[in-house]
Design a protein around this ligand. Structure first.
Ligand SMILES: Cc1cc2nc3c(=O)[nH]c(=O)nc-3n(C[C@H](O)[C@H](O)[C@H](O)COP(=O)(O)O)c2cc1C
Ligand SMILES: Nc1ncnc2c1ncn2[C@@H]1O[C@H](COP(=O)(O)OP(=O)(O)O)[C@@H](O)[C@H]1O
Length: 333
């Protein structure tokens, strides 16, 4: 996937192309189904497919006080978009001045003149331009004038829920990582680096790898079954884990941390720069204040047992032959 960071980087020869515009936060199942149609359609016509997105997320510029955390910060969004098969991605810098561009100017300068778009694919709720002035009906009219057709997708519904970034954000913020996984089409994960702990775990409960402060979306405080990937590339290793997100009230004053106890631990080199990807698989319970560290240690022992059962079950399911599908549906944890 070719990435362009500014309109001026688009080669004059670019296009014709089929495009989709969006924030794509989460790169969820709805995003993926539109993008895969764009890719397929462009492929069948032998022309380029391109996704257009913005950085920072427009909400950061338009409603900075809302501090909306992201499901996928830009590097993760790019990685996920690269797996969709789209030929190119245009990441337009989103500023106050840019936000005042009308839909007509955007469609003319970006879609028509730079990308030579012949088809634009968007969800039914899509809006473009200053103060979100243009919905799909106005874009359809603009397209007739500027030489592109608009294909509109109805909202993706799964298990009775609209697949949207805001719904997924809400589910994760409530700790419902299982439902978020359904709408995302993969488990929710964060990418971060290690930080040092206070040594209480090793002394009183269980040793943990602590994560550096993470400024984007995290699941609600509580205990989760997770997997932790340490490192990146061929030398990376993934461990089964249990993770606490919270303030550790058993040890006194609030001190927020995300920390993982690895079930199949073996010593591994960690530096402040080592990439860590923490994947949230299932919520186990709320964080609680225990009367003593021993009581907490006993509870963590129970959390570990549940996590071990979960991983064993997953591996049993994964090892079943594909044709025993009915049984698999019953077993998937
Ligand atoms: C699986 C797991 C569950 C935990 N649950 C709780 C909890 O319910 N209440 C709590 O106060 N701390 C909980 N903790 C946090 C421990 O108190 C924590 O490991 C300890 O504070 C170590 O802190 P340190 O890494 O800064 O040394 C949990 C930790 C893990 C790994
Ligand atoms: N099962 C385990 N899970 C995570 N870390 C472990 C485990 N066993 C040993 N460790 C080691 O313990 C270190 C954590 O020790 P420490 O910094 O004292 O943590 P804590 O503050 O949680 O006690 C980790 O960096 C890791 O190398």
């Amino acid at each position: 996937m070719k990435i362009y960071r500014h309109l001026s980087e688009i080669p004059a020869s670019f296009g014709p192309s089929i495009a989709t515009i969006g924030n794509f936060d989460g790169v969820h199942r709805g995003h993926r189904s539109v993008i895969s149609e764009v890719v397929e359609r462009a492929h069948s016509l032998g022309i380029h497919s391109i996704a257009i997105t913005f950085d920072p997320h427009p909400a950061r510029v338009l409603r900075p006080q809302a501090q909306q955390p992201l499901i996928t910060p830009l590097p993760q969004k790019l990685e996920l978009l690269a797996t969709t098969g789209i030929d190119a991605l245009l990441v337009l810098p989103f500023t106050g001045e840019f936000s005042r561009m009308t839909a007509r100017t955007f469609a003319t300068e970006v879609l028509q003149q730079a990308l030579h778009v012949t088809e634009l694919h968007e969800g039914e709720n899509f809006r473009l331009g200053y103060q979100a002035e243009a919905g799909v009906d106005s874009l359809d009219l603009l397209g007739h004038e500027l030489g592109f057709s608009l294909r509109v997708y109805t909202s993706h519904i799964l298990r009775g829920q609209v697949v949207s970034s805001s719904r997924i954000r809400q589910l994760i913020a409530q700790g419902d990582v299982s439902n978020a996984r359904v709408l995302l089409g993969r488990p929710f994960a964060i990418t971060t680096t290690p930080a040092s702990g206070r040594g209480y775990g090793t002394r009183y409960t269980v040793p943990t790898i602590n994560m550096a402060a993470y400024p984007e979306l995290l699941p609600a405080n509580g205990v989760y079954i997770t997997s932790l990937t340490i490192g990146a590339g061929p030398s990376q290793e993934t461990f089964d884990a249990v993770t606490n997100v919270g303030n550790r009230p058993t040890f006194g004053a609030d001190s927020f941390a995300v920390e993982s106890h690895l079930l199949n631990f073996h010593p591994i080199e960690l530096t402040e720069q080592t990439p860590l990807t923490l994947t949230f698989l299932q919520r186990l319970r709320a964080e609680m204040r225990f009367p003593t560290p021993e009581a907490l240690r006993e509870q963590i022992g129970k959390d570990v047992m549940k996590a071990r059962r979960y991983f064993t079950l997953c591996r049993v399911v994964a090892s079943k032959p594909r044709n025993s599908g009915a049984q698999q549906t019953l077993l998937v944890p």
